[in-house]
Design a protein around this ligand. Sequence first.
Ligand code: HPA
Ligand code: MG
Length: 216
Amino acid sequence: MNPSQWIDVTPENFNYSLDHFVIPSHYSKDLESILIPHGVIMDRVEKLAKIIVAQSVGPMVCCCILKGGHQFFADLVNVIKKLTTKDGKSIPLSLEFIRVKSYHNDESGEVKVSLTEEECKEFEGKNILIVEDIIDTGKTMVKLLEKLRQYKPHTLKVAALLLKKTVNSNGYVPDFVGFAIPDAFVVGYALDYNEYFRDLDHVCVISEHGKHKYAI
Ligand code: HPA
Ligand code: MG
């Protein structure tokens, strides 16, 4: 093997090349590098599930933020439902799916959620776990939490797979974080760029070629 085929995990060179793992051939020119391989994501999801269950206080409503959160949500719930608390109790779960649209360009920075008023009222007194793919600026999540708090849940926590280290952050940090990532546009594991790349298992950095190819 020549050195370009090794995985160099020394910090100064940390980078998985596209040749190190399998990626769909239709994306071969559209990615810069693999940031988090799928297997590492799965191992981390297992640990996050354990941490979440250790802190849980009874029945939980898991809310998937669509569309980007769907893969993380599915894998996380799959582990949580098989775990038990310290006293050996399994946790009753109910599942909710929310599409969130944010309007950062207008002054209010308002978010619109796809739930009806009746559905939101169901949150009263419940333990809510919001499951999101990525916290970037943090604006959408802060607004969403403001809105959901009005319905008086018993607890309201957020699990995000990724937290981007960006100067544009408003400082919001979720209760549970999978990975802190550099300020790059990432795709895969259900995260998209204009609806592309959701069919990619690893979290990858998009290339300039990919940005142009799938620009709208
Ligand atoms: N990738 C995909 N979706 C996103 C990102 C990102 O880096 N940041 C905010 N939404
Ligand atoms: Mg998202």
